[in-house]
Design a protein around this ligand. Sequence first.
Ligand SMILES: Nc1ncnc2c1ncn2[C@@H]1O[C@H](COP(=O)(O)OP(=O)(O)OP(=O)(O)O)[C@@H](O)[C@H]1O
Length: 282
Amino acid sequence: MGNVIEVRALAKIFGDQSALENVNFQVEKGETFGFLGPSGSGKTTTIKILTGQLRPTSGEAQVFGLSSSSLKNREYRKKIGVLTDNSGLYNRLSIFDNLKLFCDLYNVPVKRIDEVLGLVNLTDDKKKIVAKLSKGMLQRVLLARTLLHEPELLFLDEPTSALDPANSKQIHDGLRRLNEKGTTIFLTTHDMSEAETLCDRVAFLNKGKIQLLDEPKKLRRQYSDSSITLELKDGREIVLPGGVQGAEAIYKYLSADQVVSIHSNEPTLGDIFVDITGRELV
Ligand SMILES: Nc1ncnc2c1ncn2[C@@H]1O[C@H](COP(=O)(O)OP(=O)(O)OP(=O)(O)O)[C@@H](O)[C@H]1O
């Protein structure tokens, strides 16, 4: 597939504080890659370096084969979209008119507006005035704006923080549709369920260092104790070991028609993060 992002021995020091230390990872074309870590772990610093807003202290961050010193370049900026929390929208204008202004500014045909509004599920709302939008809708308008020029690579810094579950789901659906169309997505979050639903691979960042990097499914399997929980009709919940011993017990309860549900006890990404770092992801 080829790598869109290649980061080698990346370090960033602010004054006497180390924000990133020996960070190494690659993001493949078409992948949704999650950068997970608690507040202050270095997620935004990484995005700023990858989008040419900050220079690394040492190491290399290449995107589309361009080195970090070239990431301010115009051609590069055309290929990327960056979703930030600074709105820059005109409150008194409609969603459509706001997006039209950006089309004019970036030389994008106006017909693209309907495509991006479809992607973020706002087609029926395009005449609404920005000042009257909910936080979730506003975030979707910002995502739509980010997509107007059809970026190949999308950087999203905490795209659903402060959104309720329904609005987060709308954003997630839009991101999945984009990814299916081939857009590579680099996402930072401290929301583990967001990472589980969206990401092909995740890196756990703690105090500026990557602690673990793999597919969520593989991580959950690797850190699973293979035990199984049975919920029984008499209200009991029993935890059984995996293997033959567990299978025999499950068979016994099933034969006696006592089972309501059976599920494996795989840890969540949040559990694994706490396990590895001793820290909660907040
Ligand atoms: N411009 C700056 N000057 C000095 N220190 C900074 C600067 N930017 C970031 N830092 C420090 O670098 C570390 C990493 O910050 P960063 O914003 O990358 O973390 P983060 O993981 O994005 O956190 P959050 O989830 O709260 O946004 C923090 O300790 C932060 O205080």
